[in-house]
Design a protein. Structure first.
Ligand code: PSU
Ligand code: MN
Length: 300
């Protein structure tokens, strides 16, 4: 059986109970442009280290799931010609069985992190229920995995391209606690508030860790900690709404669906905003990595 391969540093940290934070690779390969992605990948790892934890970026390379990519492996994931597939959990078996390479999403990263003994994971945005899901049935596997895998996922909510109310309902149905970090509003990725309240709020890493520890005694599901984008990096709402309307039209006119929706939409935001959304994306994911590391330190 193919076991997840841990870097020496990650293996040592997991074995000795030191804090580790998992990071996903789809935000690098499919969410950020080449060049910028490598820079963000490195800064994410530095941020986790600066907060006292060990970063474990996860991907599947030549049929082997890896936690704790080496610098050369990180280069490969971020290369313009990497040709990496986007691997959700349904894709892990095929990619590993067929010896392929790919970047992991929230669903596959949390699952692999759990297998590796890592309980905390930081990312940008969670997948969710798409608008029109009643017809398209497009609901991200991220939600199904949060329902079953006890990883703490620190993110900045979900993008407003999703049906946020329905996403929160699905999380509730699946017994996934949603915590707002220093907020009572569920964040909407580029925006600090989606207009939908969160059921619970925590104001520091100590209390977040206490919630995670308590939750794990009663349920096998994950915990979602929603950390709003830093105020100074929040996108202008009008610009955001305009990009979103155009982006949805683009998806319709190009007939984009399934796993291509998020990458195409992100790319549209990045080009049409002249990079404003890239700065926002980077700021929020770095803030999430820092917070995740602080909680990992508390849990350890
Ligand atoms: N949201 C973002 N950026 C991303 C993703 C989501 O703002 O890169 C990626 C994550 O890897 C997430 C995945 O797990 O998209 C969800 O894809 P889907 O909706 O196809 O399940
Ligand atoms: Mn989907």
């Amino acid at each position: 059986m193919t076991q997840i391969s841990l870097s020496g540093e990650v293996a040592e940290a997991v074995d000795s109970g030191r804090p580790v934070v998992a990071l996903e690779s789809t935000i690098l390969s499919h969410g950020l442009p080449p060049g910028r992605n490598l820079d963000v990948a490195r800064r994410l790892e530095e941020t986790v280290r600066a907060a006292g934890a060990v970063p474990a970026t996860i991907a599947v390379l030549d049929g082997v799931p890896v936690a704790g990519l080496s610098p050369a492996q990180l280069d490969r994931v971020c290369a313009a010609d990497s040709g990496l597939d986007k691997l959700s959990l349904r894709d892990l078996g095929p990619a590993i069985g067929l010896g392929r390479s790919g970047a992991t999403t929230v669903a596959s990263t949390s699952t692999l992190a759990h297998q590796a003994g890592i309980g905390v994971f930081a990312t940008g945005g969670l997948g969710g229920v798409h608008l029109g899901a009643a017809d398209s049935w497009d609901i991200s596997a991220d939600l199904g995995v949060l329902a079953r895998v006890p990883t703490l996922v620190v993110c900045s909510g979900v993008k407003s391209v999703l049906d946020i109310a329905a996403t929160l309902e699905v999380l509730e149905t699946n017994s996934v606690p949603v915590l707002g970090y220093r907020t009572d509003d569920f964040p909407a990725f580029y925006l600090r508030s989606s207009g939908f309240p969160v059921p619970w709020r925590v104001d520091d890493a100590v209390r977040a860790a206490a919630v995670v520890t308590a939750h794990r005694q009663y349920a096998g599901s994950g915990v979602l900690l929603a950390n709003p984008i830093p105020p100074e990096s929040e996108m202008d709402r009008e610009l955001h709404d305009r990009l979103l309307t155009d982006g949805l039209e683009l998806l319709r006119s190009k007939g984009v669906h399934g796993k291509d929706v998020t990458p195409v939409l992100l790319e549209h935001f990045h080009t049409a905003s002249g990079g404003v959304s890239l700065d926002a994306n980077e700021a929020l994911v770095l803030a999430n990595a820092k917070l995740a590391a602080e909680i990992a330190v508390e849990l350890a």
